[in-house]
Structures are given as structure tokens and as C-alpha cells.
Design a protein around this ligand. Sequence first.
Ligand code: NAD
Ligand code: BTL
Length: 490
Amino acid sequence: MNLKQQQYINGEWVDAQSGKKRSIINPYNQEVIAEVPEGDEKDARAAIAAAREAFDEGDWSWTPASERGELVTKIGHLIERDQEELAYLESLDTGKTMEESRGDMEDIAGVFRYYGELADKEGGELIDAPVKDSVSKVVREPVGVCGQITPWNYPLLQASWKLAPALAAGNTLVMKPSEITPLTTIKVFELMEEVGIPAGVVNLVLGSGATVGAELSSHDDVDLISFTGGIATGKKIMQSASGNVKNLALELGGKNPNIIFADADFETAVDQALNGVFFHAGQICSAGTRLIVDEAIHDDFVHALVERVKNFKLGSGFEQDTQMGPLISAEHLAKVEAYVEAGVKEGASLVVGGRRPEDPELQQGFFYLPTIFTNCTTDMTVVQEEGFGPVITVEKFRSEKEAVTLANDSIYGLAGGVWTMDIAKAERCAARMRMGTVWINDFNLYFPHAPWGGFKQSGIGRELGRPGLEEYTETKHIFHNLKPEPIHWF
Ligand SMILES: NC(=O)c1ccc[n+]([C@@H]2O[C@H](COP(=O)([O-])OP(=O)(O)OC[C@H]3O[C@@H](n4cnc5c(N)ncnc54)[C@H](O)[C@@H]3O)[C@@H](O)[C@H]2O)c1
Ligand SMILES: C[N+](C)(C)CC=O
């Protein structure tokens, strides 16, 4: 493999100080695909010190935003140049199909281009102060040293949403990718070195959440922590970040409702409902795993879903006709199995799937069949908790009000969809759905220009769009009295 299997700290490629290594496993066949350093708190502290020095003593945050933007844009160009290699590494590491990985790489290049171009467009503003002979200006400055922690399901995509705006805004950073899927993140650090990001500005530490992640989220020299992952980890990070009152951005999970009205375009809604869940085997924060279907079409809709699901082709992400790859790990497969068992125990009707496939070719991988539950109610675990696997739950509704009430009955508020030909009804529902993103007659679409993030326990803050850059800035007001005089109060 043409990849530096090392950490990147202060402009140097290094092993873990302990010398320990971790094997990276292909989820399709459990083969070892790489051996990478298993960093720990010591490596994290070295990286934080490098990022601190680069921020406090270096030129990066004082470099004109247009120059920083050019470098960020160049990273995007190199991602385009190396798209095939990056997509290969992503599919090898996560099991997703090459088609999905190629799509991710196009999105990622677009994110770097977007923030590269935005870097010098947020120069601040003059305020018309209510004070004679004064200048009052609001400027945006980098936050400082950023800790960035990413999950395994979209390794490089989630990293790009953090790296590109942090750099464009003039911060320095330490990134920790998921310990099980570090390969494309390592590659992008090679690309950042190639474009000439100065030493110490970007640092990569590999290792577990309990060691490296915990150090990043608690260390006093880290000014901001940006985390994408599960709610339980997010809550821990929030607590550790309170020590020095870090800026905090949390992108957490979802159990996302997809409302299908009887007047929706039936074929399109069926097709996109399947895509909204089974893409990447349901391992997507915004997967539309909670279908809420109009009673009038419920039975036909479920029938159409089941007929399609039966023909899904599971297999290697490198085979042309594969539609769904494996789950990420044995541990995650066991979680999905337990989740489905809970659904059965709680009385949901299992209409398809609910087990591992029997195909001999799939026995070495962490595969699980696409699964559909009907007769679901809001009190069930499978309706309330994120399963992060290829599992749909279907609930029925009788009125618009009931559909929205069901959709909002959740601790999550990441994303949701509504399908109808009635424009006013669609807008009413979208306005009442308590989620960071609502799609009307679409699902799971995201792009760099529009903010992404969650209501309720799905998170704090936004990535992408202008808000995604603002996360990485502090706002400063500078007031200049042009005619200072004594006040004679004291
Ligand atoms: N909202 C979004 O945009 C979004 C996007 C992708 C994934 N997700 C969510 O991510 C979750 C799946 O990812 P996961 O299983 O990797 O999540 P996770 O919370 O287990 O791990 C995410 C990252 O946090 C690290 N970590 C674990 N414990 C830590 C600790 N105590 N301190 C600091 N860091 C720690 C892990 O090593 C990993 O790098 C799902 O819940 C999914 O919905 C959300
Ligand atoms: C944010 N997204 C949809 C790219 C990946 C969520 O897991």
C-alpha cells in the first residue's frame, strides 16, 4: 500500500512513542490491510504542543486569508487528482462500494474548494456605533488550537468538514480519526504536507477514543473540540471540555423520520426510501430508518419495499454489481443483531431480513440482511434508538398532525423527510419538524453550501456552509475612540 502508515506531528511522520501498532481490518473478509501506530496520551500531548506553538508563535493565523484559501483549494485539487486511490482506500477500510467512495471523494474535494473560496469572504464589518468620532468594527479571528475527532462511517468526508474550515479560518489543529478507519485521513495529511501547510499547523494522532480522544477533549491547550460520533461519547466529551470551557461542536446521531403521504409519487418515494436507509448498509447518521407511512398506502408501500429488498445484491465493495457492503466490525454486527432481537421481543413484526445472509461467499464479512419491521410504535427501542444498520421500522399515520407528532417524538433531531405532491402540506410539515435538515421529496442530500447539524440531542453547532466556518472563529469587537477626552466622573 502506497501510504505512510504513521502519525503526523509537527511536520514529521512518526510512530507512536510507545512503539505500539494496531491492525486495520477489511470488514469484507477480516484481512489485515494496514498496521498503523497506536498513539496514546503522550502522542496527543506532543501534537497539542506543536499545534499550540504553531498558533501562538507561527505565521499561519496571520497569513492573509486569501493565501490560506489558495492552499485549502489546492488540497481539493489534489483530492481530485488522487480520487481513485482515495476511493480505493475508503472502500477497503469501510466496506462501502467503490461507487459510494468515489461519490464521497467528489463531495470532499468540493468541501475543500468551497472553504478555500470562502476563506477571504468573511472579513468582518463596520458598525455604525452610537458614539460620535469613533470607529467600531467587528472582526472574526481563529479560535486557536482545535481538537477534531471523527467516526468510522464517513472517515474522510467527516474529516473534510472539519479540516477545510479550520484551516481557512487560520486555526491549528490535531485530528484523531476513528481508530478502525484511519487510512484516507492519513492520505489527506500527506496531501496537506504536499501543498505546503506549515509544520505544526495540522497534526494527526492515531489511537483510541479513551486515550487520544479523551486527552484532546480535556487538555487545557485545546481551545475548541469538534466531534462527530455517537451521543454517549458526545456527552463524555462535553464534560471533559468543560475544564477550560472549550468551544464545542457536536455532530451526533439520528433516528430520522421519513413521512410518506398517500399523494406522493409512489415509485419515487419507494425508491428513495430504500436509498435513504440501505445506502452504506444503514451506517449513516441521517439514514431514514423511521418510515412513517399514510395508512391509505401503508400495505402497498411495505409490499413494494419488501419486493425490492429481496433482490439486493450484498458483496464486496469492489464488485460492480454490489449494492450493499458489510457492516464495519464484528462488534457493530453484534449490536445490530441485538437491536433487531429487541424489536422482535417488543412486538414489532419482522417482515424481511432479521439475520445474517447464508451465502458462503459472505461468511468472512460482517454482513447483515436488509431488514424491515412493521406494526411499530413509538415506545419501541427500534423506533427510538439509532440502530446504525440496515433496519427500517414502519409506523402508520392517519392525519398530517399525527405524522408530524410521530416524527417529533424522539430525543434526536438530525434530519427528516416528507413526501407529498401538496406543496402547502409539505411546507407546513417541514416548518413543524424539529430537525436540522428537512428534505421535501428527497432524502439524504447534503452539499458544502448548506449547513448541517442537529436539533435536540443530535448535536450542537453546524458544519458546512457559512456557519461551518463561523464555528472556527471567535468574534471580536474593536472600538476606537477617535477623540478621547477625560470624563471627569471621579
Ligand atoms: N451528525 C453527523 O453528522 C454524524 C456523522 C457521522 C456519524 N455520526 C454518528 O457517529 C456514530 C457512529 O460513529 P462511531 O461509532 O465511530 O462513534 P463513537 O462515538 O463511538 O466514536 C467516534 C469517535 O470518537 C472517539 N471516541 C470514543 N470515545 C471517546 C472519548 N471518551 N473521548 C473522546 N473521543 C472518543 C472514537 O475513537 C472515534 O474517533 C453514530 O451515532 C452516527 O450517527 C454523526
Ligand atoms: C453527514 N453524512 C450524511 C455525510 C454522514 C452521516 O453519517
